[in-house]
Design a protein around this ligand. Structure first.
Ligand code: NAD
Length: 425
């Protein structure tokens, strides 16, 4: 490749660029396309002056990046965090381009963020930051340009403030500009469980292609928050034996299988949504990390980044891994596990149910017509199955592992769109 590689001081952006260049090289992607796709279409930096509760004024930095809109409007969350920077935001926008492309939905990749510490802000201060940020990025967001969503430290309430501010500025209701809204305000039924349903569907597809009966399969699910609990529930409902679940309070193991619905009822009653105090016959409790080393058919890390890394990867005994969290395996862990013949279903395939669910919300908002939860789940399952199948077949055809295959499938779809649309005059 004759292209001069772009670099960054930011670890996340330099990794995103390196991953892209390496896959592009392996695919033999033309230099012009490499040049185009290694840059973002738009990097917007805004200042956000806000009157604090004590009457003082603070100015926060906000960002919105569109990496690519070749396939459709950009899609990606907005996070509120003290470490948010323009380069980190760009790295996350890159990843959204590949995730949306792989998901087969008509979206490009974007991301946004405000550099702030939400723990130090009152609800009113958070609202003022959200609304001023919305006003500052208003020229750049829209149902057919860039569609933000929740991310770290933002949720349904922030999306309502965003939607309301943009609607007031434009003098008309704009529900399709943001996804992740609450059900009574143009949100959609099914979104809460969407990521977990997608992860579970990928795990069931993996069992299917390996010729394994779900009823003769054991799994362990790390994390019992939004992603982990619904992943465990859908696998349990499909007849899989979930022998262990865990959260920060410990690993909960039962060789005859955890009663996942009962465990979910338990966490719903706990103010912090924790498993602490959960009990059932035959249950053994131990350290949270113990779950990662169980001898199960499929391990599903659904808690956090870097859970399996170079210090513990050699202890993993699971036959296969489906990544529910973002980046639960570090590249070093990948190197250690791959030679063992373990299939690893990568995060941006396995947890794409969330963004596919956002796409469903956008479709319903544009049509002004809402689907039932059954319809939502049925469409999601069917898309996840065909996406899994595409990556599985491509990895067999090209003789590469699933993560690399997924990356190549994703890059190819965006590159083809750029080629078809052409370089502007
Ligand atoms: P969450 O906060 O609802 O749940 C996280 C769970 O992990 C909690 O049960 C917590 O106790 C547990 N946990 C944290 N540290 C742990 C540790 N050291 N050991 C064991 N358990 C631990 O978060 P979530 O929304 O379920 O997200 C989980 C992961 O999935 C994150 O990486 C997130 O970025 C990713 N993700 C989430 C979505 C979504 O729709 N929520 C979509 C795509 C990706």
């Amino acid at each position: 490749m004759a292209v001069k590689r772009r670099t960054s001081q930011d670890v996340l952006l330099s990794t995103a660029l390196e991953n892209f260049y390496n896959a592009a090289e392996e695919m033999g992607l033309e230099d012009d396309l490499v040049e185009i796709l290694s840059r973002s279409e738009r990097r917007v930096c805004v200042s956000i002056p806000v009157e604090m509760d004590d009457g003082s004024v603070r100015v926060f930095d906000g960002y919105r990046v569109v990496h690519s809109s070749a396939l459709g409007p950009a899609k990606g969350g907005i996070r509120f965090h003290p470490q948010v920077s323009i380069d980190e935001t760009e790295a996350l926008a890159f990843m959204m381009t590949w995730k949306c492309s792989l998901a087969g939905i008509p979206y490009g990749g974007g991301k946004g963020g405000v550099c702030c510490e939400p723990l130090e802000l009152s609800l009113k201060e958070k609202e003022r930051i959200t609304r001023t940020f919305a006003a500052r990025i208003e020229p750049f967001v829209g149902a057919w340009t860039d569609v933000p969503a929740p991310d770290v430290n933002t949720g349904a309430q922030e999306m309502v403030w965003f939607m309301d501010t943009i609607s007031k500025i434009r003098g008309q209701l704009e529900p399709a500009v943001f996804t992740g809204k609450p059900v009574p305000l143009w949100g959609s039924k099914g979104r809460n469980a969407a990521t977990g349903l997608g992860v579970a569907t990928c795990a069931l597809e993996l069992l299917r292609v390996l010729g394994k009966d779900p009823k003769d399969t054991t799994v362990a699910v790390q994390g019992f928050g939004n992603v982990g609990s619904f992943t465990a529930k859908f696998l349990h409902d499909a007849g899989v034996k979930v022998v262990a679940i865990c959260d920060i309070t410990g690993t909960y193991y039962c060789k005859d299988g955890i009663d996942v619905n009962k465990a979910m009822e338990h966490t719903q009653k706990n103010p912090k949504r924790l498993l602490e105090g959960y009990t059932q016959p035959g249950l053994e409790k131990s350290d949270p990390n113990d779950l990662l080393y169980l001898d199960v058919d499929v391990l599903l890390p659904c808690a956090m980044e870097g859970a399996i890394n170079k210090s513990n990867a050699d202890k993993v005994k699971a036959k296969h891994i489906v990544e529910g969290a973002n980046g639960p395996l570090t590249p070093e862990a990948d190197e250690i596990l791959r030679p063992k013949g373990i299939y690893i279903v990568p995060d941006f395939l396995a947890n794409s149910g969330g963004v596919i669910g956002s796409y469903f919300e956008w479709c319903q908002n544009l049509a002004g017509f809402f689907w039932s939860e059954e319809e939502y789940n049925q469409r999601l399952t069917s898309i996840m199955k065909s996406n899994f199948q595409r990556v599985w077949e491509y990895s067999k055809e090209k003789k590469v592992e699933m993560r690399r295959a997924a990356f190549m499938v994703a890059i190819k779809r965006v590159a083809d769109a750029v080629k078809m649309r052409g370089v502007f005059l």
